[in-house]
Design a protein around this ligand. Sequence first.
Ligand SMILES: Nc1ncnc2c1ncn2[C@@H]1O[C@H](COP(=O)(O)OP(=O)(O)OP(=O)(O)O)[C@@H](O)[C@H]1O
Ligand SMILES: [Mg+2]
Length: 364
Amino acid sequence: MYISSITLSNFRNYTSQKIDFSPHTNVIIGDNAQGKTNILEAVYLFSQGRSHRAKSDKELIKFGCDFSKLSLDFHDAKRDYNGVIQLVKNGQKSIKINHVQITKLSMLMNYLNVVMFSPEDLNLVKGSPSARRRFIDSSVSQLYPAYLTSLIDYHKSLSQKNSLLKALRTKGVKSDVMLSVWNEQLSREAEKIIRYRSEFVDLINKYASVIQSEISGEILDITYSPGIKLDNFDTNSIFEYLEKNQKREIDFASSQIGIQRDDIHITINKNEAKLYGSQGQQRTAALSMKIAQADYINHVKEEYPILLLDDIMSELDINRRLYLSQKIKGKQVLITSTDTDLLESTGSTKIFKIKNGSVIREGT
Ligand SMILES: Nc1ncnc2c1ncn2[C@@H]1O[C@H](COP(=O)(O)OP(=O)(O)OP(=O)(O)O)[C@@H](O)[C@H]1O
Ligand SMILES: [Mg+2]
């Protein structure tokens, strides 16, 4: 899969800019704050329907403007696609793929697959469980729209259940039939979500452990650590478990058990990576997991995703840089950097020099 061109109008610091990409390596060079990451963010938007860093779509509209428009041409082995996204300051965002209006986020999934690498990936190893859940969710939803639908439904029910738990504690009530209604809906979605997550983590473990061993000779092991401590994850077992904990959840006035507490357990040479890994080991593990994410997408879809490498070359030592360069050969990749010296240029590499929201030079 590859993207051929993007047009940005009033997006971040871009007024009007069209960029034609190479199907192989694209290097986006420029000083700090010139608009390099903005380009990757724009591409990412077509994959996930939202920015990888902005809290609100409004941040994406150029200062002083009322709307923003982006258009992206992309291609897979089967067909050509054109995506158009319009962001309006005081209104709803509109997304179209090949002129068809996308009315819910799950409809957008599985068109454009991307994997974003950034220095913050270290949080996959060092950060809180939520960073690892985001990693699972963004990988699996890209390929399985039904997963995203389950996840959205689960979180809607969870927030209703939490409101009820608060109300019950305030009233001093110890049980309520509505609690069982929410528990039933939560267990139904949880069963599906757990199945997807556990399959995903198994595959990531398979790929990432090979990558880690190739880079550093270390043994990386990644396992799914469900927030629901059961041997059997069918809807009924989850439901009974939730029901047993009604009283405790009312006491806490919030849900204590569920897939919202899931995590991924990561060890390097059998020691917990978060606690005992050196900075270098943790960085390698995070890199291995991200490359594995791309391998996973390729495995399921038989299309390699577009790789967005945001300023990561400077973070990697020469060994890891060379490994990554080998791994991405022949794939489409967009790399941002302030320094061309860090990058290995081949005949098919296209270089864009960015200044103040414009491509000021373009070449090979
Ligand atoms: N909504 C917006 N309207 C106009 N300009 C914006 C908007 N949002 C961000 N910017 C500007 O975009 C620039 C940042 O762009 P970007 O994050 O792409 O920089 P960068 O080239 O990746 O820099 P660095 O090397 O520091 O990561 C800043 O100058 C910022 O002021
Ligand atoms: Mg940047």
